[in-house]
Design a binder for this molecule. Structure first.
Ligand SMILES: [Zn+2]
Length: 277
């Protein structure tokens, strides 16, 4: 059974201070048998000012991800990998490799169900019990701390955010762009670095291979990255496999290399979700 205690180190605003103070009271009242999702999320002592990029990858594409480690290392990019399903031997093997190279691990739920629909048909408590706690227990046993969650199929609303932000510091969902929208003008995708601690739900841009989509061109991505660098904002990207082709959603290693090169040229930081306050 788990025995991790809540540690609230430093807080970044009065609102967080109030939340953290009441959480610590709750935490001491709970015994170690409480499910992981019942313990209040931890806060960390970082306050960001510098814009940057958060690269995230979803599901169970372990072989691809481990194969891409040298590419990440070459550019000193640290990413976050959101795992769905059981934290079994293949998952643990990949997690160990990824963590050894500075990457973070997030939860993507046990059964990859749509949270909004699940909440309506069942309850938030049931979602945490069935979809979150088993993963957090297994990860804690492997000594892996998890601070973030990615919604399967980007299905979130105020109710799901409220429940999951009681457990995780950040939740990630997708932000679809309209055909004529310029990526660099979609304000939802850009969070001032100094505000990141107050923004629980992060709207992310998909970068999987989609040659017919106008929002996936390098020209659009470059302009978005330039805005983040210029304004000290944080932009979150998501993808799935890292491979030359499908099946399934994928981003090619060459495309990642191209994006990493722009990130480096612009002097942008990269952050894992665990590094975000
Ligand atoms: Zn997924």
């Amino acid at each position: 059974m788990l025995s991790r205690r809540i540690t609230v180190t430093r807080v970044v605003c009065n609102l967080v201070l109030l939340t953290a103070a009441s959480a610590s009271v709750v935490a001491t009242a709970q015994d170690d048998k409480s499910p992981p999702s019942a313990r209040h999320r931890e806060s960390i002592a970082t306050n960001l000012t510098e814009g940057g990029v958060v690269f995230t990858f979803d599901d169970r594409n372990f072989d691809d991800w481990v194969r891409a480690i040298p590419l990440f290392d070459e550019f000193s990019v640290k990413a976050t990998f959101f795992i769905s399903g059981p934290i079994d031997a293949p998952a643990l093997a990949a997690i160990n490799q990824l963590k050894k190279h500075g990457h973070a691990i997030g939860s993507h739920s046990v059964h990859h169900l749509k949270a909004v629909e699940y909440f309506r048909q069942n309850s938030s408590e049931q979602f945490l019990r069935q979809e979150i706690d088993p993963q957090l227990d297994q990860l804690a046993e492997a000594d892996v701390k998890v601070t973030s969650f990615a919604y399967p199929m980007s299905r979130n609303n105020a109710a799901t955010d409220s429940a999951l932000l009681g457990v995780f510091r950040h939740v990630r969902t997708g932000r679809q762009t309209q055909p004529l929208e310029r990526l660099s003008e979609v304000d939802d995708l850009f969070i001032p670095a100094k505000d990141i601690a107050r923004r629980g739900c992060l709207h992310a841009k998909g970068i999987d291979y989609a040659p017919d989509r106008p929002d996936r061109t390098f020209e659009q991505l470059d302009a978005a990255l330039a805005r983040a660098a210029h304004n000290d904002e944080i932009i979150v990207f998501y993808a799935h496999r890292i491979s030359e082709s499908g099946p399934g959603h994928f981003v090619t290693p060459d495309a990642l290399r191209r994006i990493f090169t722009t990130v480096r040229q612009l002097g942008l930081a990269t952050y894992t979700c665990d590094q975000l306050p």
